[in-house]
Every structure is written in C-alpha cells, then in structure tokens.
Ligand binder design. Structure first.
Ligand SMILES: NC(=O)c1ccc[n+]([C@@H]2O[C@H](COP(=O)([O-])OP(=O)(O)OC[C@H]3O[C@@H](n4cnc5c(N)ncnc54)[C@H](O)[C@@H]3O)[C@@H](O)[C@H]2O)c1
Length: 229
C-alpha cells in the first residue's frame, strides 16, 4: 500500500522519499528500520538536507501477526509493537517539529479495521493499531493550531504480500484449505472482495491533499463495509 501510494504521489508531481527496511517501493530509497529511533532521526534529517522541508508523511510500515496471547512469544510481541507503534511515534517525533516550523504539514498514519474492532488471534496487532488511533487523535489536537493535519486510514483486508504468511499460519492451525480461507476473507467484507493497494492509495491521496482542509484526527475506514456490521 505504501508502494501504491508513492506511485500516486509521484504521478501527482510530488518528490518522494521511501524509508523501508527493504527496497520494495519506487522513489528515492533510504534503508531504515523504524524500530530504531536513531535510524529514523537520521533518515528524516537526510530528507530535510536534500529538500529543505517535509510537507507530507505517510507512515505505512507495519507487520502482521496471527496469534492469540498464548501463541505470541515475547519477541513477537516486542516486534509488532516496535514496528507498528513505536515506529510511527519516532517518525512523528522527528517530522512534526519540522511541519510546525513550516506552518504546513499533512500526515497519514496506517491504521486498520482493528482501530475500531477486535479480531480473534490478533492480540498484539490489534493493540498496536488501536493505540495508533490515539496517537492520531492526540497529535491532531496538538498540531491543529500549527496548520498540521494528522489523519489515520483504516483499511479492511487488502490483497498485499502481508496477507500470505498470516493466511498460511491460519491454515496450519485450523486445517482449512488456503483458497477457502481467502474465500472467507472475501465474503467477510460486505463488498465481497479484498481491497486493492491502489484503492487505499487513492484514499490516502485524498487525506494528503488540500481537498479536505477541515479533516484532522479522523479515523477513515476503507474496508468494503466490514466495520459497519
Ligand atoms: N494488508 C492488509 O489487509 C492490511 C489491512 C489493514 C492495515 N494494514 C497495514 O498496512 C500497512 C502496510 O502493509 P501492506 O499490507 O501494504 O503489507 P506489506 O508487507 O507490503 O508492507 C509493509 C511494509 O513495511 C515494511 N517494514 C516492515 N518492518 C519494517 C521495519 N522494521 N522498518 C521499516 N519498514 C518495515 C516492509 O518492508 C514492507 O515494505 C501495515 O501497517 C499494515 O499493518 C494492512
């Protein structure tokens, strides 16, 4: 979804910088493990040195874990919270002062339908995404007077590489055939299909655009109706 959004941003004429632990997206790439504050800090400084400012931030990095609390090791717990929650905190800690000084900035954080609802076998992941909702709201309040908006996109199940290992783990624990699991996921969303990365990218582009100047602190669902049920 990060990659799809970077493509749309570039198409709209933005200069893009991609920070990721591996090189999977288009755009000027910097290797960055978002679990490491010093790496995030250095990468943000590199972008500012090059561009002189940062107008937009989309924080999409994340890891999924399909496990209930008993099946979640302490290492897995630390990893999920470090990538999904500490990562965005570190990025905001570095980027928001820059946006405040510019008196302009626009941030989108990557939530999930689990910002709103619980799911089985999703203890650590659900915790991380629900807390992201609070990170969105509290920073939105603090930075609204500085003309900086912070919103959160909350996708349902989207067809991305992240899905494969979780479906595999569910298959191993339940014995349900893989294609049947995908069918369950499709039918679980009222729209009866998985979302595409581009569909989420387009919603993120809306939040990042100047078309919604009155939106800040919003948790925007893009989930085929999943959380309406
Ligand atoms: N796919 C879904 O159904 C779905 C639904 C809701 C929310 N999300 C969220 O969307 C985001 C993007 O996921 P995706 O589905 O596009 O999967 P993805 O696996 O394609 O993207 C995740 C990206 O995060 C990067 N990443 C992982 N650990 C990192 C680290 N320590 N430092 C820097 N980068 C790291 C990966 O290299 C990858 O490029 C995640 O935050 C995920 O939780 C996904």
């Amino acid at each position: 979804m990060g990659n799809a959004t970077v493509r749309l941003l570039a198409k709209a004429g933005c200069r893009t910088h991609v920070l990721d632990i591996q090189h999977t997206a288009d755009g000027a790439f910097q290797s960055c493990d978002v679990r490491d504050y010093q790496q995030v800090r250095q990468c943000v400084q590199n972008v500012v040195e090059k561009e002189g400012r940062i107008d937009l931030l989309f924080f999409a990095a994340g890891v999924h874990l399909f496990a209930d609390i008993e099946a979640t090791s302490i290492d897995e717990f630390e990893r999920v919270l470090s990538v999904n929650l500490k990562g965005p905190f570190y990025a905001l800690k570095e980027v928001l002062p820059i946006m405040r000084k510019q008196r302009y900035g626009n941030v989108v954080l990557m939530g999930s339908d689990q910002v709103f609802i619980g799911k089985g076998c999703s203890t650590a992941y659900g915790m991380s995404k629900a807390a992201l909702g609070q990170l969105t709201k509290s920073t939105a309040i603090d930075y609204a007077p500085h003309n900086v908006r912070i919103n959160c996109i909350c996708p349902g199940t989207i067809d991305t590489p992240m899905l494969t290992p979780s479906v595999e783990r569910f298959h191993q624990t339940s014995g349900i055939p893989i294609e049947e699991i995908y069918d369950m996921l499709r039918k679980g969303q009222p729209i009866q299909r998985l979302g595409t990365p581009e569909e989420i990218g387009r919603a993120v582009m809306f939040l990042l655009s100047d078309d919604c100047p009155f939106m800040t602190g919003a948790l925007l669902s893009a989930d085929g109706g999943y959380t309406c049920q």
